[in-house]
Design a binder for this molecule. Structure first.
Ligand code: ADP
Ligand code: ASP
Ligand code: MG
Length: 406
């Protein structure tokens, strides 16, 4: 069977008119002889609205119930797509994750797909039908509904491509591909024709919303090629594939940035073995993701300062956990909410010396102060004041000649 997985994001199904367009795209594949499996997100704004409602009901909404609530948006968009396909004369039916079922493991809100029961969907495809599967969700071994983290429909699509052995997996979204940086932030951003899993994973993890990081990990592990395309205009998109398929690596492929980070500094922490573990233990137990960490070498061997970053919406919880942590003592806790992490990413930097210097020099030229630095083999990240984000992206885009992308 020529199975193809087509995933549509929130904006692509954001209005009735757009859902009609989505149905036309699906029909075009059907006419080409494909057997399409559709994965859809909720209509744009719906998931945010449901999350807001959960917070209005309780600031401690039970995670399992939260997943039941926030997964419901996808039911609406999927039945509307099926309804439109029926209207156009095609056999189509929607499936919620639990009806397939899509099996997941892990915490509520951040589950991962481990298996998809293929039987019903394959039979439906064989009968000529077009199955529409809700993204972002599944069911766990307690038969409770789970969700896959924000943007999780991407992971649903990749895992459908894996389990149904699809020939192609196309992610339809509101931009016509993956760009050197967010095209809605920098107008000079250029579309990348082909990008490796490794670079895409870094770009996504470091803030490029266009693909969910987990989905790229899943694609890489299972060697699933992805195409990212626009559902609005018919144009070639971006191919995400293995490094071997890419000729001539650029030094820097793209720039990512985060929007809502906060920096915490603990001043005058007692410098003794195990202190960092004592600070981070309660945060990890409460699923607070600590990102950049810097510990200064103490001058006198007695006290040190420790700085780390987290997402700003976890700031209050983090402050509370640190204040009531009896295992640590410090002189002062300083918080900066208005920070942003800007990262340059590229496998080409492995073999190219001087990239760090060029990055720092470009920022210095624009008077942008670096607060924290972190690096890995294929990325360099700096934490800066949030108000400098646009200036930094533009400076780095020019420095590494990303506007000359072919
Ligand atoms: P969908 O609802 O289709 O899943 P998302 O909103 O999750 O779409 O992702 C698409 C958005 O990602 C774009 O509108 C764009 O603003 C943003 N984005 C951030 N970084 C990039 C990038 N490097 N390339 C393309 N889009 C990006
Ligand atoms: N609707 C979900 C969200 O907004 C999943 C997705 O968009 O992929 O996060
Ligand atoms: Mg998305």
């Amino acid at each position: 069977m020529k199975i193809i997985v087509l995933k549509f994001g929130g904006t692509s199904v954001g209005t009735i008119d757009r859902i009609k367009k989505v149905a036309n795209i699906v029909v075009s594949y059907k006419k080409k002889g494909f057997k399409p499996i559709i994965v859809s997100s909720a209509m744009s704004g719906t998931t945010n609205d449901l999350i807001k409602k959960s917070r209005q009901i309780s600031n401690n909404f039970v995670p399992s119930e939260y997943d039941v609530l926030v997964s419901s948006g996808e039911q609406i968009s999927c039945s509307l797509i099926a309804g439109r396909l029926n209207h156009l004369g095609y056999k189509s039916q929607s499936w919620m994750g639990w009806q397939v079922p899509i099996l997941t493991e892990g915490m509520y809100g951040f589950s991962r797909i481990i298996n998809i029961n293929k039987k019903k969907i394959i039979n439906y495809l064989k009968s000529g039908g077009i199955p529409i599967i809700t993204g972002f969700q599944g069911i766990n071994n307690k038969t409770r509904i789970t969700t896959l983290g924000r943007g999780g429909s991407d992971a649903s699509a990749i895992m459908c491509a894996k389990f149904f052995k699809a020939q192609k997996c196309i992610i339809y979204t509101d931009v016509d591909g993956v760009y050197t940086t967010d095209p809605n932030k920098l107008k000079e951003a250029k579309k990348i024709k082909i990008i490796s899993y490794e670079e895409m994973l870094e770009m996504a993890s470091l803030g490029a919303k266009v693909m969910q990081p987990t989905s790229i990990q899943d694609a890489r592990l299972n060697r699933i090629d992805i195409e990212v395309k626009s559902s609005f205009i018919k144009r070639e998109g971006t191919k995400i594939t293995k490094r071997k398929n890419i000729l001539g690596n650029k030094v820097i492929r793209g720039i990512s940035f985060t929007k809502n980070d906060a920096k915490i500094t603990l001043v005058g922490v007692k410098d003794k073995p195990g202190i960092a573990a004592s600070i981070f233990e309660p945060l990890s137990k409460n699923a607070i993701n600590v990102d950049m960490v810097v510990q200064n070498i103490s001058a006198d061997g007695k006290e040190t300062d420790l700085t780390f970053t987290i997402k700003s919406d976890e700031l209050l919880k983090t402050q509370r956990l640190i204040s009531k942590n009896r295992k640590i003592s410090f002189k002062e806790l300083i918080v900066h909410k208005d920070v942003s992490k800007v990262s340059i990413i590229g496998v080409g930097m492995i073999a190219t010396p001087g990239v760090t210097y060029r990055m720092f020099q470009a920022l210095a030229k624009h008077n942008i102060n670096i607060l924290v630095i972190s690096t890995s083999e294929i990325k360099i990240s700096v934490l800066i004041k949030k108000k400098n984000t646009a200036k930094a992206i533009s400076a780095l885009h020019k420095e590494f000649e990303l506007d000359k992308q072919k």
